[in-house]
Design a protein. Structure first.
Length: 263
């Protein structure tokens, strides 16, 4: 007989709630995946599923093939009542599956020696912006993203959701700004950094070289150290009252100009 968890006091449910409350900052390599698209992309990327929480009542009219596939990939499967599932789910309209999976950050040594196009995101505060940056990088053909002097944890559920699961196919590297600069110089990357006050327009830059595009904090921009060590500081022409764009909007413009040149 299948056991269904019906109490929020269940030890497994309490553990799930604690993880959720800390936005993934548990000192482990665990993340939570909930939406169908993100789950499918995690499967495609070979992400290890540790625990799966299922509400069959919510999944009643959904694809059973995916459910069977997930059940086979998971080490442990738990069935939840609808009331309990809706309490622990991140979304108000949940898909019906929550997966706790392992997703480790990469190291500089994991970067392909042939890699010639990367994104560096320094001190990004908002999880939604970081997730959107990862999604944009994916669209531009980047597979390596360095989080310099990170503020937001890549395991935050909002990062996973905003990336639409593209994060699972990326090398995510967490490092200090100092170590990031050392890596870029040692590996002869041209560093193109965003600076709204630069007189050099982004479209005048040669992105066909081995390039790292660097974007910074939504509130404060790049650190002085990152700006000082940039090979080129570039700006986006602004004709209105605003003097800057959202970090993901700016990154999109830089990365797709680079993609255009490199294609």
């Amino acid at each position: 007989m299948k056991e269904i968890i019906t109490s929020l006091q269940n030890a497994k449910i309490k553990e799930l709630v604690r993880f959720r409350a800390k936005n993934g900052k548990t000192g482990e390599n665990d993340i939570l995946i909930e939406d169908e698209r993100e789950i499918i992309r995690a499967i495609d990327a070979g992400i290890e599923f540790k625990e799966t929480f299922i509400c069959e009542e919510i999944l009643e009219n959904k694809d059973k093939k995916l459910l069977n596939k997930i059940s086979k990939l998971s080490k442990n499967v738990y069935f939840l009542s609808k009331a309990v599932f809706e309490k622990v789910a991140y979304k108000n309209d949940p898909f019906g599956i929550i997966i706790k999976a392992e997703f480790r950050a990469s190291e500089f040594s994991d970067i392909d020696p042939e890699c010639s196009f990367i994104l560096v995101a320094e001190s990004i505060e908002k999880p939604g912006n970081l997730g959107a940056l990862i999604r944009t990088a994916d669209g531009a053909g980047i597979d390596t993203i360095i989080l310099a002097d990170k503020i937001t944890d890549y395991r935050n559920p909002n990062v996973i959701r905003a990336s639409t699961g593209t994060i699972f196919s990326k090398k995510i590297i967490e490092a200090s700004t100092e170590d990031t600069i050392k890596f870029l110089k040692a590996n002869k990357f041209q560093t193109v950094s965003a600076d709204p006050y630069s007189k050099t327009v982004y479209s005048d830059t040669d992105f066909t070289k081995k390039t790292a595009v660097v974007v910074g904090s939504e509130a404060f921009g790049l650190s002085e150290s990152m700006k000082k060590n940039a090979d080129i500081l570039v700006s986006i022409p602004m004709k209105g009252v605003a003097d800057s764009l959202n970090v993901n909007q700016a990154a999109t413009i830089f990365l797709y100009e680079a993609l255009r040149q490199r294609s």
